[in-house]
Ligand binder design. Structure first.
Ligand code: GLU
Length: 348
């Protein structure tokens, strides 16, 4: 098996969005093309918004599209798979907290006792002075005696951002760089003991030995913090590829409220999963064979390469989707078509 390990890490806070489906598909194609491993990790740590039913919906959406995972959580009577589990982030809390303690012990993070009121006041002062809000660094250099003197006062854990600059050679966005002084010492564990997304995602990617982090470009600015954490934790740095968002027909971000934002809307409408797979990949990738649009799943696996992922966002085009669906329907055998159509007729 190839050493390539990729993942999708959806947060089950709603239905399975087509943008997430596109990200899943690109990761899956890369794994299948290279003989690597495709991992599903559910980032269900937002306890207020995550619900078990949404996790099932994501799994069901992936199943419908034929995006099968090699490692991932239990679903629909099947046991958890893989040697890097658990694959539900909510079950990894102790691992995250252990790594946060290690960062503190090694001097790469520190306990911050500043109260919410203090931090709010700091933020308001910055706003009034039209400065970007920054943490003052008050607790950055507390001595161990000072920390001990705090007794059991609640604290958050902050990452100690080192001096210098951080550069990412992103496969899609190119080289991006930031001066570390632009990055605040960010919180990695909240006062209630909950690990923050940045810590959890890096610990999980690091320990799951992810080689390529391929995800939406809404995470590009987060990636600087992630690189700093990867280095401080001593994990091997993955390659990053941040994909553009899916846009609606008017060129705006495909809103959750629009029909079709939910992948399973297309199943309801009678589209074939092969069509959706074919269509979604074309929203972010161009084949070497210029102008070619029609691909079966097998042909996509053969033709796929990361090098041909595009930087500009794909605009949704319903006409093209309908045309592709017609093409894929024509590829069905009469028996396959019958089996697809009968349930729809029965339901009607
Ligand atoms: N849970 C994150 C999201 O749904 C994914 C983060 C990642 O892929 O690194 O946006």
């Amino acid at each position: 098996m190839s050493p390539i390990r990729v993942r999708i890490a959806p947060s089950p806070t709603g239905f399975f969005h087509i943008g997430n489906a596109k990200t899943a598909l690109i990761n899956w194609l890369y794994a299948r093309k290279t003989g690597g491993t495709f991992i599903l990790r559910l980032e269900d740590t937002d306890t207020e918004r995550s619900e078990a039913q949404y996790a099932d919906i994501i799994c069901e959406g992936l199943r419908w599209l034929g995006i099968d995972w090699d490692e991932g959580p239990a679903f629909g009577g099947e046991a958890e798979r893989g040697a890097h589990g658990p694959y539900r982030q909510s079950e990894r809390r102790e691992i995250h907290c252990g790594e946060a303690r290690r960062l503190v012990d090694e001097g790469n993070a520190y306990r911050c006792f500043c109260t919410k009121e203090e931090l709010d006041a700091e933020r308001e002062r910055a706003q009034a002075a039209k400065r970007p809000p920054r943490y003052s660094g008050k607790c950055r250099n507390l001595t161990s005696e000072q920390v001990a003197a705090m007794g059991d006062r609640p604290y958050s854990v902050r990452f100690r951002v080192p001096q210098g600059a951080t550069t990412i050679d992103d496969l899609v966005q190119g080289t991006v760089r930031v001066e570390n002084k632009e990055i605040d010492d960010f919180i990695i564990v909240k006062p209630n003991g909950d690990p923050v997304f940045h810590l959890a995602v890096v610990v999980d990617d690091g320990l799951m030995e992810i080689t390529h982090v391929i995800r939406g470009d809404d995470h590009l600015t987060n990636a600087f913090r992630h690189v700093l954490l990867f280095n401080a934790l001593g994990y091997k740095l993955p390659t990053f590829a941040h994909l553009p968002m899916v846009l609606d027909e008017t060129g705006k971000k495909y809103s959750k409220r629009l029909h079709g934002a939910n992948v399973l809307d297309w199943r309801e409408d009678g589209y074939l999963p092969e069509t959706i797979v074919n269509y979604l990949v074309l929203l972010g990738w161009t084949p070497e064979e210029e102008g070619r649009e029609l691909f079966t799943r097998k042909e996509l696996v053969e033709a796929f390469s990361l090098e041909r992922l595009g930087k500009s966002a794909g605009k949704f085009d319903l006409k093209k989707l309908q045309w592709l669906n017609g093409q894929h329907i024509r590829m069905l055998t009469p028996e396959q078509l019958r089996d697809k159509v009968l349930p729809i007729l029965h339901k009607a």
